[in-house]
Design a protein around this ligand. Structure first.
Ligand code: EPZ
Length: 437
């Protein structure tokens, strides 16, 4: 359980880790290569460890040296991923494309839904079928293999009904070793898709158009080893920008790629805060005197990221006026509303649209996290709230944020991880200076 003493001003600079959603797919991408791959700037996260366990179960050799992962997939012992590992990490489904491309077959348990939605993989499956794979789903496992003893997948023109990040990444990886040219239309444009494309190109893949809605991949017979560094995590960076705004504190964060945060920066400015680049890869958040309401509609990149919706909602609970938040990407990603309302927020939800009426103050309370980004939203609300907030179910937070409480403590926040059964004891409270106007 996390205990947070609210209304502490923050100051200083925080280091942003490597992007979780790049690390997970690039680790799967290393299966495409029969040589050593060095991947740098890999964050220490539960999800990254789980992906490592899945690769090891396939016979891949992994070694971690600090923030560098050394992966050798020269020998893939088998094409079946263990259910008990896959069921704990949806992203493990990313191995299906590379396994098919390398071995001509893959048996991957169907990833279940999760707290935020059904998370179907029909676009992944249909795309692989278009590339010549025979895909059957039996007893909860996806069996994919090349028909008629064919050795390689065939390039194809594939249109994605929605610009799915995962489907774009699965099909791009499968296409790197396919026969001929693959065109992915209505492709996702997220920075993590571009990061994966750059990693594959560093291994010798021929990919054009990553970052646009049309990606063209010309298959090659094999890929070679590479040494690649992952981009900074734009969602972690966005989360810290909101931490500065919600506590009315001026803080800096680095390294960041400002172009990955255009929508978030625009919305912070629209409520009255400001974000300045005081070095090529460093941003500074300057809070406004007053923060006013704004409307948010989550969209595929370059729109406002769904992974920042919960965190920004926490900020808008304290902005003057009414904000309308539409979550258009996932069907069940408003579960943090109930917990924010327990802290004194005034939010109503109708048909996946939240109306947030700004209140002058949140009050600390015991709350329960439901998913990764909802947990982050509750931490942010706790930093601003009057009094003590305790957050249960920290396993969600540990999946996606590297040492979040250590980084917040480094900025002056008063919070600590405690065993669940201890009650907040006033004498435990650090000597809190009077805070914030
Ligand atoms: C990736 O998930 C991210 N995860 C998510 O981050 C992120 O929220 C999401 O992209 C959107 O940006 C990783 O990269 C590991 P999608 P993904 O396929 O690939 C529908 C976080 O908090 N869809 O772009 O699963 C789907 O139901 C996580 O870090 C299909 O219908 O997202 C959803 O409504 C959460 N069929 C929409 O597309 C498919 O075959 C977007 O999903 C695939 C997706």
């Amino acid at each position: 359980m996390l205990r947070i003493w609210g209304r502490q001003p923050l100051r200083g600079q925080v280091k942003i880790s490597g992007a979780k959603n790049s690390a997970l797919v690039i680790m799967a991408g290393a299966l495409l290569c029969a040589d050593d791959c060095h991947i740098r700037n890999v964050p220490s996260l539960v999800d990254v460890s789980r992906m490592g366990e899945i690769l090891s179960a396939l016979g891949v050799k992994l070694q971690r040296q600090g923030d560098t992962l050394e992966i050798n997939a020269s020998h893939i012992g088998q094409s079946k991923a263990p259910y008990e590992l896959v069921s704990q990490l949806r992203a493990s489904f990313f191995i299906i494309g590379p396994l098919l491309a390398r071995l001509g077959m893959a048996r991957v348990p169907l990833p279940g839904g999760c707290a935020i939605g059904a998370r179907p993989v029909d676009l992944h499956v249909r795309g692989l079928q278009a590339m010549g794979a025979d895909v059957q789903i039996e007893h909860g496992t996806v069996h994919a293999y090349l028909k008629g003893g064919k050795k390689r997948l065939q390039g194809a023109r594939i249109y994605l009904d929605c610009p799915s990040v995962g489907a774009t990444e699965t099909l791009m990886m499968a296409a790197t070793l396919a026969e001929g040219e693959t065109i992915i239309e209505n492709a996702a444009q997220e920075p993590e898709v571009v990061d994966l494309a750059n990693f594959c190109r560093a291994m010798g893949a021929r990919i054009r158009g990553a970052g646009t809605n049309t990606i063209v991949i010309s298959g090659v017979p094999r890929l070679h080893s590479t040494d690649y560094s992952i981009i900074p995590d734009r969602i972690e960076a966005g989360t810290f920008l909101v931490a500065g705004a919600i506590t009315r504190s001026e803080i800096s964060l680095a390294p960041v790629v400002p172009d990955h945060l255009t929508a978030v920066i625009a919305k912070l400015r629209s409520i009255g805060a400001d974000v300045v680049a005081d070095a090529p890869n460093r941003l500074r958040l300057i809070p406004g005197q007053r923060h006013v309401a704004t409307d948010i509609k989550t969209m595929p990149f370059p729109g406002f990221p769904t992974d920042m919706q919960a965190q920004f909602m926490a900020l808008l609970t304290l902005s003057e006026g009414n904000s309308v938040i539409s979550e258009t990407v996932f069907e069940n990603r408003l579960r943090h509303v109930a917990e924010l309302n327990r802290m004194g927020a005034d939010i109503t939800v109708k048909n996946n649209i939240a109306i947030v009426r700004g209140v002058p103050m949140l009050s600390g309370a015991p709350v329960v996290a439901t998913d990764l980004r909802a947990s982050a939203a509750l931490v942010l609300a706790g930093l601003a709230a009057d009094g003590v907030t305790t957050i249960q179910s920290l396993q969600h937070l540990d999946r996606g944020y590297e040492n979040l409480e250590g980084k917040l403590q480094g900025l002056g926040a008063k919070l600590c991880r405690v065993e669940a059964d201890t009650e907040p004891n006033p004498v435990d409270a650090p000597n809190l200076p009077t805070v914030l106007s």
